[in-house]
Ligand binder design. Sequence first.
Ligand SMILES: CC(C)(COP(=O)(O)OP(=O)(O)OC[C@H]1O[C@@H](n2cnc3c(N)ncnc32)[C@H](O)[C@@H]1OP(=O)(O)O)[C@@H](O)C(=O)NCCC(=O)NCCS
Length: 153
Amino acid sequence: MVLIKEENIIIEDIKEDDLPDVVEIEKEAFSDPWTIDMFYSELFNPISLFWGVKDISGRLIGYISFWRVVDEAHVLNLAVHQSFRRKGIGSKILLTSIDYCKREGIKTVLLEVRRSNKAAQELYEKYGFNVIVVRPRYYKNPVEDALVMALEL
Ligand SMILES: CC(C)(COP(=O)(O)OP(=O)(O)OC[C@H]1O[C@@H](n2cnc3c(N)ncnc32)[C@H](O)[C@@H]1OP(=O)(O)O)[C@@H](O)C(=O)NCCC(=O)NCCS
């Protein structure tokens, strides 16, 4: 499914062929990255939405995955390739997801973010997410608190 097609980017479903590129971005973006098997299983998970952003040449530059659980969406992964950050790509994919959730009647979007990850927190706050609870020592490698952020639609 194609979500967005513009002059410079396209947002569409991630396919199996895209997974090596997903993992490359993931490894660079996170200290406790998901493996290719974890992403692969999302392709067959009926509650999972998994979308990639590609540039005009077809190169994968970012992705998001989230689960839809009744009237809630849970964001699992969101990352943009390091060379393409601060160009609005993260915003584009997040806003595309929020629009989809609104259309689908989802009431709340939830996610976890490391306490030290100020860039992601700024992104989420910019689009209306608030911290609702802290999960102490939620992350490993390194151990760190998670801030649970929510957006009411
Ligand atoms: C978080 C991330 C997805 C943002 O993607 P991006 O394409 O750079 O984001 P955008 O260009 O759309 O930025 C939108 C807003 O986010 C905030 N933001 C993004 N990067 C930031 C940074 N390094 N420092 C502070 N604020 C930042 C700003 O408010 C920015 O708005 P502005 O450019 O008008 O100031 C990207 O930094 C990334 O992939 N990080 C590693 C993976 C990660 O942390 N994912 C989130 C896990 S919860």
